[in-house]
Write a protein that binds this ligand. Structure first.
Ligand code: NAD
Length: 245
């Protein structure tokens, strides 16, 4: 197992992101955890109390912030080996009520922010023969979700982005894959998603229980590992067996 990598994780103070940070730290990787709030990152830092963890706030929709963040992450080793794009925002809003500004905001955070992070980090991976990008998508793209047209469109875009980057950077030994979770009971999901959506998700699964952030950790970690060296451009659905392709 590869260890001692530099791993950059966005959305790191969130429900899923914090679990991913913990897993890479446990593996002996140096993790740079980023999110929008210094306070939330400070709390994460105190909770995980690891000398391998560094935190830096950044808004991933701001290109100069993604460049500065990458420079911060690459400061010690000169590179970022693994980028995990977790940052996202998934409000429920009727399509007819969505303004152009609402639409752009959701596309900006979920799709453009992911692309900007890839663009900022790729130059530190190119020329080294090895790099891993794991983007968190959503299993919602397969059947759609009422009231989340902007979000589902953005997450579908993340797959197109990832496939294209997989093609463009495969010759550099860089893989780009997507993990698509089902409804996952994080504090944000509990707040954003009506209870009936949370309950329905359990009923339609083969494995009839709640999905938690911990259920996604293994797949993300695997895709970032040498065990997955020959997998790229793929989307792995982790939803307890609802969507099946
Ligand atoms: N929870 C679910 O049911 C579910 C299902 C499928 C996919 N997802 C996706 O999984 C990821 C994590 O979801 P979660 O439930 O942990 O949510 P979360 O809200 O706990 O985590 C997302 C984090 O992204 C951060 N973020 C938002 N905008 C940002 C910006 N502009 N710049 C930097 N950081 C920003 C937030 O501050 C937050 O900490 C998201 O991409 C989400 O869309 C979630």
């Amino acid at each position: 197992m590869k260890t001692g990598r530099t791993v950059l994780i966005t959305g790191a103070a969130g429900g899923m992101g914090a679990e991913f940070v913990r897993r890479f730290l446990d593996n002996g990787d140096a993790v740079v955890a980023t999110d929008t709030s210094d306070e939330a990152l400070g709390a994460l830092s105190s909770k995980l109390a690891s000398r391998l963890l560094r935190v830096q706030s950044a808004d991933i929709t701001d290109e100069s912030a993604t460049t500065a963040l990458t420079a911060f992450a690459a400061e010690q080793s000169g590179r970022v080996d693994v980028l995990v794009n977790v940052a996202g925002f998934f409000p429920v809003q009727p399509f007819i009520e969505m303004t152009a500004a609402d639409w752009r905001k959701i596309i900006d955070i979920n799709l453009t922010g992911t692309a900007l992070m890839c663009k900022a980090v790729l130059p530190t991976m190119i020329g080294r023969g090895w790099g891993r990008i794991v983007n968190i998508g959503s299993a919602s793209i397969y059947s759609g979700v009422k009231g989340q047209a902007h979000y589902v469109a953005a997450k579908a875009g993340t797959i197109g982005l990832s496939r294209s980057l997989a093609r463009e950077f495969g010759s550099e030994g860089i893989t780009v894959n997507v993990v698509a979770p089902g409804v996952t009971i994080t504090p944000s999901a509990k707040k954003a998603l009506p209870q009936e959506i949370q309950d329905a998700a359990i009923k339609v699964r083969c494995l009839n229980r709640e999905e938690h952030a911990e259920d996604l950790v293994g797949t993300v970690f695997f895709l970032a590992s040498p065990d997955a060296d020959f997998i790229t451009g793929q989307t792995i659905i982790v939803d307890g067996g609802n969507e099946m392709l």
